[in-house]
Ligand binder design. Structure first.
Ligand SMILES: [Mn+2]
Length: 433
């Protein structure tokens, strides 16, 4: 299958050659600075080189709000175009080797063909995302009043079967996990019975869980409101944790940063779920007010750093019980070129991760034990305020990615090529989740 225009490795190498002398100077200055703090820069760079996050197939198309969607030119027209864009992001950043698909938006006619195409692009598949929050054309029954928790058993069955179908498709694609998020809930007090709806959810989830292959994970994604504005069935991490406990060891919680009330201490939720061995996955994004789906790190970079601080802390623990959580981006790009937003997001996630790796944990624990609040904060802030950009550039360069991926993307005129190759689509399937 023709992929159309791609950014050649030689083009990346040529731009890297230009940028390398400055990068090496900055890197050695940072190396000397970190050495005085007892940190070996090479160990940090090696860890950043291994960092990976999945990109969502729906993220490479323009998203939308409840009001409108302003489609960008040269957008992907189908799942194959989406994979081409995702593969390009990986080529530039070398940190996004897998794509998360959304069914039915990305439902392949033949999964084997899709898998071969992905193989040819050197990318794989991450979590499958089911969709029972909207009706599909010709659907016999409606999800208007819920899916897995609907009062009518036949609607619940339809939603269960859809999730099982997602597992089947994912299995053929080499995916190993299913993320389930439902829009079920109530818009008015009294509309649904809190207890009954959760019981129905558990009954439905058990059937989905029973279809899960042994080496698969089921991620329970919670959200406090929207599209149901009064109450959602899986509203918070406590409920998701309870569900995961009820289902079994293959089930765990998925934290989407935008699915919390404003000012909630998300890093503490992350720490709790890690402690309980039930943190399965992440949906990274950022927000100012609600589930804004803005680019990760754009509004609250300190929060992002504190989350990574917890993740790094856990990874250093020798007694950890569960596998490390899988990282995924879940954003809606409304006013930017989606590819540019994703490239930037990957860098912001790596930045927070690298900063978290710089935390002097012995020192932090020393101050914690002595109730020295100011010095404990200062220990975190010293890591957070370090400009780790040279580490990120060097990690990409060593992985054959672009030292400055956004610059290379613009210089390549990739978007201009895609506008020519991809006539305006009438069937683009992107949305907000
Ligand atoms: Mn999400």
């Amino acid at each position: 299958m023709d992929t159309g225009f791609t950014i050649d490795q030689s083009f990346i190498a040529q731009e890297n050659e230009r940028a390398l002398p400055d990068l090496e100077r900055d890197y050695s200055m940072l190396s000397a600075q970190l050495e005085r703090r007892g940190i070996a820069i090479e160990a940090i760079t090696k860890n950043v080189q291994k960092f990976a996050v999945a990109v969502p197939s729906w993220g490479v198309g323009t998203g939308g709000t409840r009001f409108a969607r302003f489609a960008g030119e040269g957008e992907p027209r189908n799942v194959f175009d989406k994979l081409v864009d995702c593969a390009m992001i990986h080529r530039l950043t070398r940190a996004t080797p897998r794509v998360a698909l959304h069914i039915p938006w990305d439902k392949p006619e033949d999964p084997r063909v899709l898998r071969q195409f992905a193989d040819s692009l050197h990318i794989g598949f991450d979590a499958m995302n089911s969709n029972t929050f909207q009706d599909q054309p010709g659907q016999a029954l409606s999800y208007k009043f819920g899916s897995l928790t609907h009062a009518d058993r036949s609607v619940r069955k339809l939603a269960i079967n859809h999730n099982i179908e997602c597992i089947k498709i994912g299995n053929e694609l080499g995916s190993k996990s299913l993320s389930v998020w439902i829009g079920d809930g109530g818009n008015f007090p009294g509309q649904i019975d809190f207890r009954t709806s959760l019981e129905r959810y558990l009954e439905s989830a058990r059937e989905i869980y029973a279809s899960l292959p042994d080496d698969w994970q089921l991620f329970i994604e919670y959200k406090l409101y929207e599209p149901a504005f009064y109450s959602t069935v899986i509203n918070d991490w406590g409920t998701a944790y309870y569900v995961a406990e009820q289902l079994g060891s293959k089930a765990s919680c998925l934290v989407d940063l935008g699915h919390h009330a404003p000012n909630v201490n998300i890093e503490m939720i992350v720490a709790r779920l890690l402690q309980f061995g039930r943190l399965g996955g992440f949906h990274f994004n950022d927000s100012k007010y609600g589930d804004d789906d803005l680019d990760a790190g754009s509004i609250k970079p300190f929060q992002l750093f504190l989350i990574f601080h917890e993740l790094v802390q856990e990874s250093l623990r020798s007694t950890r019980q569960s596998p490390p959580p899988t990282y995924m981006i879940d954003q809606s790009h409304n006013v930017t070129d989606p590819i540019e937003s994703l490239i930037n997001t990957v860098e912001e996630l790596q930045r927070a991760y690298a900063q978290a790796l710089l935390v002097n944990r012995e020192e932090l624990s020393f101050y914690q034990e002595r109730n020295d609040a100011i010095m404990a904060l200062k220990t975190l802030k010293r890591a957070f305020t370090t400009d780790v950009s040279p580490i990120l550039g060097m990690a990409r360069q060593r992985n054959d990615g672009a030292i400055d991926p956004l610059h290379v993307f613009r210089l390549s005129q990739y978007r201009k090529w895609k506008i020519a190759e991809r006539p305006v689509a009438t069937t683009t399937t992107t949305g907000i989740v």
